[in-house]
Design a binder for this molecule. Structure first.
Ligand code: V47
Ligand code: SF4
Length: 376
């Protein structure tokens, strides 16, 4: 555990702005920082300072423990009724590059992972106009017949809203039904930026911010834990990132159902925001750090390495991150299509362990709910 005195020394010797000093004191005393404090950290915090504070919070929660899992993705289709401006993946029916797997094709993939030690399958895709809740329900129950112990983390709130509405069920009824079919938890996608000014600009057609929050709140109520994301580094300002996190912190105070916060950096290839470009790696690390400091009630902060690259994911372990997601096995296309570093994202357990040990942290293979599967 970090010594309070050490961090005090580090903060006192730097030539700190008085507001930043007050914020640092709050963090050391375990006092929740305000929205305005978070904004000040984004606007004035130098990277090294933010790193020290975020690492302090991270080590209070987890020491050196750094989590990963053995997982694979299924992306049943990239056909989607929506047209989010940042999306490089979406296609329309019949368009070149569109795919839609049948349940049999999905099950063949699942078969290939039997006896490989994977503990989670992450299923997300486009919102296909011809598929519904019962189709995906059947897919999940067939998957569980092949791998009864696999954890199914599936469907963003955006996909859920569409399939539940189509089935003419309430959010609660729909989620209970999906749970019966085999759903175990909900991933964090579809959150993007909650603030209406930005959401309208980048993804105005799909589930609103309040619907996203309602679906996660209801999921927690029916016993489905979930994750949360933010899509940053496009047209949003710092105040929008803080607003987004404030909605998540508020909901987490109510339900305690979120496991992990996953900042997702906007990647610029092959989409309708390409002209904006990408933010720097300094911005990525600052963003991880401020999230760790602000979201005091979120157990974990994840750097999703297929989106950010292995090197920044490794660096992020000194900026508040304690989880780097999974082995993936080249089973997702969302980020390779958007121009991320790894065009065929795949890491072995040994790669994961080495990446974490090289950062002087302790690797823990976890399951989706952060139970320890293996130590190294
Ligand atoms: O909601 C799409 C993002 C998300 C781009 O819960 C993009 O464990 C950057 O949510 N640049 C889906 N991001 C992925 C997701 C996720 C990933 C890993 C783990 C978990 C989890 C959740 O991908 C979408 C959107 O925010 N996205 N296009 C892009 N060009
Ligand atoms: Fe569809 Fe998701 Fe792409 Fe938006 S981000 S267009 S909802 S696949």
């Amino acid at each position: 555990m970090p010594e309070k005195n050490n961090i005090n020394v580090l903060i006192n010797i730097s030539n700190l702005d008085s507001n930043l000093k007050k914020i640092a004191e709050k963090v050391i005393e375990n006092i929740r920082i305000s929205d305005d404090d978070a904004l000040q950290l984004f606007e004035k915090g130098e990277l090294g300072f933010l790193g020290i504070l975020a690492n302090y919070v991270r080590e209070q929660k987890h020491g050196d423990r750094t989590y990963f899992n053995k997982n694979f993705h299924i992306e049943p289709t990239n056909i989607c009724i929506y047209n989010c401006k940042f999306c490089s993946y979406v296609r329309k029916i019949g368009q070149k590059g569109a795919w839609e797997y049948t349940i049999d094709e999905v099950l063949k993939t699942v078969e290939s992972y039997k006896n490989t030690g994977v503990t989670e399958v992450h299923i997300v895709g486009g919102v296909h106009p011809k598929r519904d809740l019962h189709y995906y329900g059947e897919m999940m129950s067939e998957i569980k017949k092949i791998m009864p112990n696999i954890h199914i983390k599936a469907f963003t709130a955006v996909e859920l809203e569409y399939m539940i509405k189509k089935a003419k069920l309430s959010v609660e009824e729909g989620l209970r039904k999906l749970k019966e079919y085999g759903l175990d938890s909900i991933p964090g996608g579809g959150a993007e930026i909650f603030h209406p000014d930005v959401r309208k600009e980048i993804c105005d057609e799909k589930a609103s911010a309040s619907m996203w929050l309602n679906i996660h709140e209801t999921a927690h109520k029916v016993g489905l834990p979930s994750n949360a994301t933010i899509l940053y580094g496009h047209t949003e300002k710092y105040k929008h990132r803080v607003h987004h996190m404030s909605k998540l912190r508020e909901l987490q105070d109510k339900t305690a159902g979120f496991n992990t916060f996953i900042p997702l950096k906007y990647r610029k290839e092959n989409n309708n925001l390409s002209h904006i470009g990408e933010v720097t790696s300094i911005e990525d690390l600052k963003n991880y750090a401020v999230s760790r400091i602000y979201l005091d009630n979120f157990p974990h902060i994840k750097a999703y390495w297929p989106s950010i690259g292995k090197e920044i994911a490794q660096l992020s372990l000194s900026f508040g991150v304690d989880d780097i997601d999974g082995t993936i096995d080249d089973s997702t296309k969302i980020y390779s299509m958007a121009g991320a570093e790894d065009q065929n994202p795949k890491m072995t357990t040994q790669d994961m362990v080495k990446l974490i040990k090289d950062a002087k942290r302790t690797p823990i293979e976890r399951d989706t709910l952060y139970n320890t599967v293996n130590t190294f």
